[in-house]
Design a protein around this ligand. Structure first.
Ligand SMILES: [Zn+2]
Ligand SMILES: [Zn+2]
Length: 191
């Protein structure tokens, strides 16, 4: 009788041990998400966990997040800094790791850093730009440029910008006129 009880207890112990070790064994992490292979971010944007859709993690990883890599560089953890410094583009991927140091990675995504300009040019006295549909930032920003002499005499005379079609500032025109007058004066007086 005692032997029988002992046998039952031992068998029970074996089952419990087997069950407990299975339940608590470190499950290797997995990332059950396909991220896009190409994405664009505005300059100054940051990559959030859900920037490219919801990331689904399996295996309760102890650490996870984005990694970033410039062309010719190594993968480094992305620490949430604005993306301005990745003007030349970069690769990102999501990682998940457990305490045993087992890593899983998502597919890789090529990111480009640029605004998404919409509509026609806006301008002030000095610059023209197009507004970004996402962040209201100024895309394609540049100083007004005048048409080359001879291309369109009327436009040159009126200081029309060849990009946005607007007249350059009165101040600038005034300054230019002043220098023209000064040069003329110098030429008259000294030559
Ligand atoms: Zn933008
Ligand atoms: Zn312009």
């Amino acid at each position: 009788m005692k032997k029988k009880i002992l046998a039952i207890v031992m068998t029970a112990c074996i089952f419990v041990t087997a069950f407990v070790s299975t339940a608590f064994a470190a499950v290797n992490p997995e990332i059950d998400t396909e991220i896009p292979v190409k994405a664009r971010f505005c300059p100054g944007a940051v990559i959030a966990d859900d920037s490219l859709g919801e990331i689904v993690l399996i295996g309760n990883p102890s650490s996870y997040g984005w990694e970033i890599k410039i062309v010719g560089g190594d993968w480094i953890p992305y620490d949430g800094e604005p993306l301005d410094q990745y003007d030349d583009g970069a690769l990102i991927r999501y990682f998940a790791a457990n305490e045993a140091g087992v890593y899983a990675y998502s597919n890789e995504c090529v990111i480009s850093i640029a605004h998404n300009p919409i509509g026609s040019y806006k301008y002030d006295g000095m610059y023209h730009w197009r507004e970004c549909s996402e962040c209201n930032g100024q895309a394609n920003k540049g100083a007004h440029t005048t048409l080359d002499e001879g291309m369109d005499d009327a436009a040159v005379k009126e200081n029309i910008c060849e990009v946005c079609g607007q007249q350059r500032t009165a101040q600038y025109t005034g300054l230019k006129a002043f220098f023209a007058w000064l040069m003329n004066l110098i030429t008259t007086l000294f030559m």
